[in-house]
Design a protein around this ligand. Structure first.
Ligand SMILES: [Zn+2]
Ligand SMILES: [Zn+2]
Length: 141
């Protein structure tokens, strides 16, 4: 993977740069992510928080995770693209939506999470490990 990774929203007003390799990469099938991106799952990477540089004004919408912690979901106020987030209790990493990369083909998902919430029309890679909910708290299926 060639660093830095770059990406941004649909209209181009919000851009970001990632200067370190992702810590983890996964697909989240929870209902909140489904709503956020408007499709079956959110494909995202965990990036070291200090490796993410953002330019342009974005907005955040706060959702409550099953753990009780807050997830601040960052999006472009102009075009609405779901871009990245941050966690209230887990500040060392930040999630970045893989499809917003300039070259999304570098994304390499390692697991499917919250598959208990997945839609019947959501087709998953059978080779990836699957977790019913949060991988740290739920059983591997
Ligand atoms: Zn935009
Ligand atoms: Zn989710």
């Amino acid at each position: 993977m060639n660093l830095p990774l770059t990406g941004g929203c649909l209209c181009g007003k919000v851009r970001y740069q990632i200067s370190a390799s992702p810590i983890d990469s996964m697909n989240c099938h929870c209902r909140t992510c489904q709503k956020w991106v408007g499709t079956a799952y959110l494909a995202f990477m965990w990036i070291p928080a200090d490796a993410l540089t953002i330019t342009g004004d974005y907005k955040e919408f706060t959702t409550l995770a099953a753990s009780g912690n807050s997830v601040y979901r960052g999006f472009c106020p102009e075009c609405g693209t779901a871009l990245f987030g941050r966690y209230s209790h887990f500040t060392m990493v930040r999630p970045v939506a893989a499809a917003t990369l300039d070259d999304p083909s570098v994304f390499n998902p390692q697991k499917d999470i919250w598959v208990a919430d997945a839609q019947p029309w959501d087709i998953m890679n059978p080779d990836l490990p699957k977790y019913a909910g949060n991988p740290a708290r739920s059983t591997k299926l």
